[in-house]
Structure formats: structure tokens, C-alpha cells
Write a new protein. Structure first.
Length: 538
């Protein structure tokens, strides 16, 4: 018999044939989370049955958080009006990024050049000097074309060189603005990624990452596409690291848009818009650069699995938000003192708040471990941001370094970097999605493995609900609404997913049996790693 104290958890492993368990009763209430904790199975639904014995209560009192706002004290946190109305780079950025990542998997790798950090870095080029680059000029991932441009070095930093295309339109950066722009990337954003994920390769042996701001990037999006799909603000391509082709620039380069306040190239982008939107894209793309150069060039492996690489880049974006959250503690830096985040932080993280909410509405249908680079959509990205955020909270920044500095990929990479089994990690993560901030319970009372450290989820989703709900897509302050578990419940789980039930036992029942099987009562396939995470609620 499994006997848990209040706020204690256990994982019931069903992968070796076990499928029936006995829990203590006497009025105890449990969160029950069936899972398929696997990363290498077919991405299709698997039917299951979850059965509670006669000691289960057939109905449970409605959760107080559905009506009270999740136990978050008033005044309710919120996102700013700006976060609700601004149009970020959006779907076009994600689609182009996915196409580049997908293409990188098929590159023929040139391993002849030294990829490690240079032990002796020479003097950088002179400020104002000119250099020619080849810039990717097409969105079609099946056929790449490049445009040759000439750019002038406008900023020289310890970590970053900023080049500005000589054909940038009028009304863009002043010399002072370009210097301030370069300093922010050199002294703030680049070190954030470096500290979290480690060093990139240095095949051009200059000890720096190059930022090239070019109208060619603006031209990747038409003005009409901006209104419906957003725009491409910047990118990194492994082509520059892995190919000997004459169009490869043979160096670590981030390509970004130039200010174009009059919209002569595509949709209009003021200097303020570039300052607002490019930093989060830079953080995102720099993680991809570090990940690719470490996995492929420095450790001789293949590109990281798309879902894991993308999840890490979303954590990289969040670093910008965390930086400004620490710089501007409440209520400073906020248009409204009740805002959850300072204005300067929201652009780095608000999309992840929304997409992770969507994921938690349907966690049994959205796999976290089976997506490739080419699959679009926000929901799985929101789930993988939560997974990588929880893992980082539990294991610290060195965990992210270990994920990067290896030739392992996917689930085996996570297990190796964590030093424990993936099913065990996935079990605790699944519980933490609900138990992170239980209403009426001090967060510090919840075991560390069953909560997040960086975020308080009910506070996050309350703020999102206040900004976007109630609506059919944002129906309640907290997205997870566990089903009452009584009798036999049937459903489907996709590998790499979980679902949530609440089991309440009768006061006169000493025990209750719990069974997780196929609908016919047979054991679920062991290679799917079926398991049930159980947490005793207070």
C-alpha cells in the first residue's frame, strides 16, 4: 500500500507490467497524473483506462480557484495594455527559424577549420571599416539565394561587432544610438546567453559574435505579410559555420533588420521598434548558434532535436525578461503598478505565458518530446519552455551548459545532463505544473521538486487571464482543471504528455485501488514508459 503524507509525492511505474496500486484512504485527496514519459515513440494517441476502486468519492467540491482567481492575493496582477496590443515578430519569425533549423540537419559539415575559442585573439577591425557579406535573401528552405552586401563596422565591443549595411535607408540609427545599441548587446544580452549556455564556436578566430543589420533581412517580409504573419526580425544560420560554399561567411553571425521608419523596404520599423524587438530574437538565435556549434563543430555530433533546441531558445529569451525584472522590482518600471512585469520585460516573455497557458488546457494532446524543427504552432513551444524552465530551476545553470556541451540529443541528453532518468524528471515536472502554487498553501511548504523557482504559475496565468480572459480560449484564471477520478475513466495520451485527475477517498474507506491500463485492462506497452504521478493534496 502507498501511504503519503500531505504534500508528499510518488511515481507509480507501470512500464514493467505493474498496473494496480493501493493508496491509503480515510478522506485523503490526491492529484493523479497519468503520463507517457518517452521521447522516441510514434506521435499518435494511445488509448488508456484509469480506474479508481469503490473507495473513491464520485464527485468533488469545485475548486475554489475557479472563482477566486487561484488564491493570488488582490490586487490582481496583470499584463500591460502594451503587451496585449503590440505585434511582435510572430509567426513569420517562427516559420523562418524552423526552416533554417530544419535545413541545418541536412548540411554537409566542414570540420576542417578550428571551431574552439581562440586562445590568442587579434585586434578587431577598425571602427568604420568596411566588409562584404553574403546575406540569405530567400525564405524558401528548399532553395537558398544570397545577396552580397557591404557593411560598415559601427560598434566594436568585447563580445560583439555591429555592422550596418551601407544601403540602410534614411531615418535609421544615429551614431550615438548605434553605439548604445551595440553596448546593450555587448554588455547585457550576449553575457546573459553566455552565462546560461556556455561559449559558441569561434571559427573566424575573432573572439566575438558579429551582428549584421541589413535591409536584406527587412526584405524577407512583405508589407502585407507584416499585418497577418508578423515579420522576420533576425536569424542565425548554421550555413555560416558548417559550409565551405562561397556564400558562407565562415563566422558566428546574427543577421537583423535595420530601422526603416518610412517603410521603404517592407513594413515600417522605427528605431524604437528595432530596440524593442531585436534583443529577444538575438537571445533566441544566439542559443541556437551556441547549441549548433557545440553539438556539431566542437563535439562532432548532429544538431539537437528540434523540440529541445527550441525550448532552450525560449529559456534564452526569458533571460531578457528576468534581467529587467531584477532591475525594476515592483512597482518600478511599470505603466500600471499592478503589472506583473515591468514594461521592458514583457516583450521577452509574454508570448510564452500565452502559449504555455494553451498547452496546459490540453496537456494530453500536445507532446513535448516528439516535435521536429519544422513543426509550427505555439502550444508545444509553451510546454517545452515550461519543461526547460522547471529543469533549470531544479538543476541550475550548469545543467543548461551540460545540455549544450555534448553530442547527445533529445531525451538521452536531458537524462545524462541531469544524472537521473527522464521518466522520473517528467513525473515531478508533471506534478509541479499543478502543485507549484496551491491555493492557501505557502509556496515554501511545497517540496522543491513539485514547484518552480523562477515563476509562480498561478500568478503568471492570473495576469494573463486578466489581460485576455474570460474567453473561449482563456476560460479561467488557471488553465489546469483536473477531472474527478471515480470509477473508470478512459481517454488517450500522446507519448510525451500527461493528464490531470483529482481523486478524493471516502472517509470510511481505509484504502482505494488505482489501476492504469489499456481500455481492455491489459498492461500498456513498456516502451511508452507509462506511469502515474501521485501527490497528496492538503
Amino acid at each position: 500500500m502507498v501511504s503519503l503524507a500531505s504534500l508528499q509525492a510518488i511515481t507509480l511505474d507501470c512500464s514493467t507490467g505493474g498496473r494496480t496500486f493501493t493508496l491509503s484512504g480515510n478522506g485523503a485527496s490526491y492529484l493523479v497524473v497519468p503520463e507517457l514519459a518517452v521521447g522516441d515513440a510514434a506521435n499518435r494517441p494511445v488509448a488508456y483506462a484509469l480506474q479508481a476502486g469503490t473507495g473513491a468519492v464520485a464527485s468533488a467540491q469545485a475548486s475554489a480557484e475557479a472563482s477566486t482567481g487561484g488564491g493570488v492575493p488582490a490586487p490582481w496582477p496583470r499584463l500591460s495594455r502594451r503587451a496585449r496590443t503590440d505585434r511582435p515578430p510572430g509567426e513569420r519569425q517562427r516559420a523562418f527559424d524552423a526552416a533554417l533549423r530544419r535545413r541545418m540537419h541536412g548540411l554537409t559539415i566542414d570540420r576542417s577549420a578550428s571551431a574552439g575559442p581562440s586562445l590568442s585573439v587579434g585586434a578587431p577591425p577598425g571602427l568604420g571599416s568596411l566588409r562584404d557579406f553574403h546575406v540569405l535573401a530567400t525564405v524558401d528552405s528548399a532553395h537558398q539565394t544570397f545577396r552580397r552586401v557591404t557593411a560598415q563596422l559601427g560598434f566594436v565591443g568585447a563580445n560583439v561587432l555591429v555592422y550596418l549595411d551601407t544601403l540602410a535607408p534614411a531615418g535609421g540609427f544615429s551614431a550615438g544610438q548605434l553605439t548604445a545599441f551595440g553596448q546593450s548587446f555587448d554588455q547585457i544580452f550576449y553575457p546573459l546567453d553566455l552565462d546560461a549556455f556556455g561559449t559558441p564556436s569561434d571559427i573566424d578566430q575573432n573572439g566575438r559574435v558579429v551582428m549584421l543589420l541589413s535591409p536584406v533581412v527587412n526584405h524577407l517580409t512583405s508589407a502585407s505579410q507584416c499585418d497577418t504573419e508578423g515579420y522576420i526580425a533576425g536569424f542565425f544560420t548554421g550555413f555560416d559555420l558548417a559550409s565551405r560554399d562561397t556564400s558562407s561567411n565562415r563566422g558566428e553571425i546574427f543577421y537583423g533588420i535595420v530601422p526603416d521608419p518610412n517603410g521603404t523596404l517592407s513594413c515600417a520599423h522605427s528605431v524604437d521598434v528595432v530596440l524593442r524587438d531585436v534583443p529577444s530574437v538575438f537571445l533566441h538565435e544566439l542559443q541556437h548558434l551556441i547549441n549548433y556549434s557545440q553539438h556539431v563543430l566542437l563535439h562532432g555530433g548532429s544538431s539537437e532535436d528540434g523540440w529541445l533546441d527550441e525550448g532552450l531558445s525560449l529559456v534564452a529569451q526569458e533571460l531578457g525578461s528576468l534581467y529587467y525584472e531584477q532591475k525594476y522590482p515592483p512597482p518600478s518600471g511599470r505603466t500600471d503598478p499592478n503589472q506583473l512585469l515591468p514594461d521592458s520585460a514583457e516583450g521577452f516573455i509574454s508570448t510564452e505565458f500565452a502559449s504555455s497557458y494553451d498547452y496546459l488546457l490540453k496537456p494530453d494532446t500536445v507532446t513535448l518530446t516528439e516535435h521536429s524543427d519544422g513543426e509550427l504552432g505555439l502550444t508545444w513551444r509553451g510546454g517545452d519552455w515550461l519543461l526547460l524552465r522547471w529543469l533549470g530551476d531544479q538543476l541550475g545553470s550548469p545543467f543548461y551548459h551540460r545540455l549544450e556541451e555534448t553530442n547527445l540529443t533529445g531525451v538521452p541528453n536531458i537524462a545524462s545532463a541531469a544524472g537521473e532518468s527522464f521518466p522520473g524528471l517528467f513525473s515531478d515536472f508533471g506534478l509541479a505544473l499543478y502543485t507549484d502554487s496551491l491555493p492557501g498553501i505557502p509556496k515554501g511548504s511545497i517540496p522543491q521538486r513539485d514547484r518552480f523557482a523562477t515563476r509562480t504559475l498561478r500568478q503568471v496565468y492570473q495576469a494573463y487571464f486578466n489581460a485576455a480572459g474570460p474567453s473561449p480560449s482563456v476560460p479561467r484564471p488557471f488553465p489546469i482543471a483536473p477531472q474527478v477520478l471515480s470509477g473508470t475513466m478512459t481517454g488517450t495520451l500522446v507519448p510525451g504528455t500527461a493528464t490531470f485527475y483529482q481523486l478524493t477517498t471516502r472517509g470510511d474507506a481505509a484504502t482505494v485501488q488505482l489501476q492504469f491500463t489499456s481500455p481492455a485492462g491489459a498492461a500498456l506497452a513498456g516502451q511508452l514508459h507509462p506511469q502515474v504521478a501521485v501527490f497528496r493534496l492538503p
